[in-house]
Design a protein around this ligand. Structure first.
Ligand code: 5AD
Ligand code: FES
Length: 349
């Protein structure tokens, strides 16, 4: 097999056999990666042009009942200073975001039982009635179908729930007490209810090899999410995985490009984790087909408490500074910011 021919096939058909995907990952050198990134860039230009959508991220609670081995805010980490934003603080962050031009909010948090359907629905309704021209994305983990329905009815438009890894074996190793099947049930329910859904995975997880990454790509191709979040695994000093090596910027960039080719219309963020591993990580992601960034709108007082991994960027910056910074970076890299809602093209409003 010839990697260049495989990249051509992936570019033309937006698909490739598992053997082809594995061969590509196993044989990716700098020259092949350069070609792959160019094909992915061409595809994003055709579908979206040079625009990059902005989403304002509000990290509203770091309480979490889960114990994911890689994550800094896992339940058993008793060194974390836990916080919850009040509905008033959340609204204030949304107001700041609106003033800065954001038209999408992402409410992200740990799996915090304090935020019952009732409380979350109240917050969603308040934001959506105050700012009807915005899209609201939730990222609050696994819940029941009834709960997802209730939050959708309250006005939530989108939901991010990374599948984390499509390998059942690896998933179970990294998520003690959690169920692979339930996570996939959640993703199917979310889609069925009518959310625009984001799945996604980490690159460079301990024990992960290229064959696992092929499973991730295959899962994404068959599930067809509207959004895909991909970031490198980065160890957190208070977890059992603290001594493990981080994923690499290069492999993350390769996978972003491959996802752009498999799902040409997908909304694909250049993640904060990628920007945390390398000062120019997000720019490299955007050049490889990523078309979304999610700058932080959380109040500065809580920023350094929402640490899923070490070395997270932007923890000291005001919302306006992040807005400025990211705009500068995007335009510097030859792209343009887009402050509209930025729905998926295949989504019926
Ligand atoms: N390194 C990189 N990403 C992480 N996440 C959680 N912990 C880490 C880590 N140590 C990711 C997970 C989760 C998302 C919000 O952050 O994929 O879904
Ligand atoms: Fe937050 Fe650069 S994006 S400071």
């Amino acid at each position: 097999m010839d990697p260049i021919a495989l990249i051509d096939e992936l570019y033309e058909k937006n698909n490739l056999s598992d053997e082809g995907l594995l061969y590509l990952l196993d044989h990716m050198d700098q020259r092949h990666q350069h070609y792959l990134v160019e094909r992915a860039h061409d595809t994003r230009m055709r579908v979206y042009g040079n625009r990059v959508f902005m989403r304002g991220l509000i990290e509203f609670t770091n309480y979490c009942k889960r114990n994911c081995t890689y994550c800094g805010i896992r339940r058993e980490n008793d060194k974390v200073e836990r916080y919850r934003l009040t509905p008033g603080q959340i609204m204030k962050s949304a107001e700041t975001g609106y003033g800065l031009g954001y038209r999408t909010y992402v409410l992200q948090g740990g799996e915090d039982p304090y935020f019952t359907d009732e409380r979350l629905a109240g917050i969603i309704e308040a934001i959506k009635s105050r700012f009807p021209d915005t899209a609201l994305t939730l990222s609050v983990g696994e819940r029941s179908r009834e709960s997802y329905q209730r939050l959708f009815d309250a006005g939530a438009d989108r939901y991010l729930l990374r599948h984390e890894t499509a390998s059942r074996e690896l998933y179970e190793k990294l998520h003690p007490g959690m169920s692979y099947d339930n996570r996939h049930r959640c993703l199917l329910d979310l889609k069925d209810i009518g959310y625009q859904v984001g799945a996604g995975f980490m690159v460079g997880l301990p024990g992960q090899g290229n064959k696992h990454l092929v499973e991730d790509l295959r899962f994404l191709k068959s599930f067809r999410p509207h959004m895909v979040g991909i970031g490198p695994f980065i160890p957190h000093h208070d977890t059992l995985l603290k001594e493990e090596p981080a994923g690499t910027v290069s492999q993350t960039v390769t996978l972003l490009a491959m996802v752009r080719l498999l799902l040409p219309e997908v909304l694909l963020p250049a993640t904060t984790a990628l920007g945390s591993l390398d000062n120019l990580g997000r720019e490299m992601g955007i050049q490889a087909g990523a078309n979304v960034v999610m700058p932080n709108l959380s109040p500065t007082e809580v920023r350094d408490k929402y640490l899923l991994y070490d070395g997270k960027i932007c923890t000291g910056d005001e919302a306006a500074e992040c807005r400025q910074c990211i705009e500068g970076r995007i335009t510097q890299a030859g792209f343009a910011i887009d402050m509209t809602r930025g729905d998926h093209p295949g989504w019926r409003a």
